[in-house]
Design a protein around this ligand. Structure first.
Ligand code: AMP
Length: 282
């Protein structure tokens, strides 16, 4: 497994592989890797000749009161995991490499970035869209692999790729969960044992939403209330949103007539967690 920190070297290396006719898949991450990230790498390796992962904790996507400083950084272990998952190349740029002094160009994110995470974390998707575009420039991959765990992020990236005519396909991969249902996240390591238990409220709320829809409920607000009740009984410490949205426009759904996505953001202790599920309609 090749580990590269220079963007020029990374571009040259990937460009050369492309010229040899190799299909390249890229998996952008912020490190502190878990099975969710590794599932993306394995999928990239299954579908492409070369899997490249990137590890960069992107300051531009963190708000001033968020956890950029304390975000877990576990490079040694990450490289071991990537190696075992069949990753071929890892790009680990420095901050100066990605944001050299004088860097003032940012992506104005698409409209699907406006609500939900975008509203609660102003500037977050501007940071995400900018870093992902920069990574796509440095790594001319055929396919980018992203997790559905960050549902709105995938929508933002898909819209950016379409709007900016980027020559890359985007694959959204299923959320990997702990056996008890908790969606894997680098932030789960912040949770105490007691908080870890209460955090199960998120996946339980999504299951409650799914169950109600299976019973024939067609009211978005009724499903939302059921999800909120589960979160309150967990109890989580605060709820940013627990909503039912259209899978593409990300607008709230009042009357359920087709596939819908339940999305949740809640705080347990000082840890902010997100989760979502696409609900099958009976
Ligand atoms: P992050 O390091 O949090 O920026 O995540 C890097 C990529 O891994 C993103 O595309 C995430 O959506 C994806 N990811 C994070 N957690 C999971 C999970 N539990 N299952 C699948 N993909 C995930």
């Amino acid at each position: 497994m090749k580990v590269l920190a220079s963007s020029a070297q990374t571009y040259a290396f990937i460009d050369q592989l492309r010229m040899q006719g190799k299909r390249v898949g890229v998996v952008p991450t912020m490190g502190a890797l878990h099975e969710g990230h590794l599932s993306l790498v394995r999928r990239a390796k299954q579908e492409c000749d070369v899997a490249i992962a990137t590890i960069f904790v992107n300051p531009a996507q963190f708000g001033p009161n968020e956890d950029f400083q304390k975000y877990p950084r576990t490079l040694e272990g990450d490289l071991d995991h990537l190696h075992s998952s069949g990753c071929d190349v890892v790009f680990t740029p420095t901050n100066d490499q990605m944001y050299p002094s004088g860097h003032t160009t940012f992506v104005d994110p698409p409209i699907v970035a406006n609500d939900w995470e975008g509203k609660i974390r102003p500037g977050h998707f501007r940071g995400v869209a900018t870093i992902v575009l920069k990574l796509f420039q440095i790594i001319p991959a055929h396919v980018g692999y992203f997790g559905r765990k960050d549902y709105q992020q995938v929508a933002v990236i898909r819209a950016m790729v379409r709007d900016l005519n980027l020559p890359i396909a985007i694959e959204a991969c299923e959320t990997i969960r702990e056996p008890d249902g908790l969606a894997m996240s680098s932030r789960n390591r912040y949770l105490s044992e007691e908080e870890r238990h209460r955090a199960l409220g998120l996946s339980r709320a999504l299951r409650a939403g799914q169950a109600l829809i299976e019973q024939g409920c067609t009211s978005g607000p009724v499903v939302e209330q059921a999800m909120q009740r589960e979160l309150i009984s967990a109890p989580v410490d605060s709820i940013d949103y627990a909503a039912l949205i259209h899978p593409e426009t990300l607008e709230r759904v009042e009357s359920i007539g087709g596939p819908v996505v339940g999305i949740i953001a809640a705080r347990v202790g000082s840890t902010r967690l997100i989760d979502n599920a696409t609900f099958a309609i009976p």
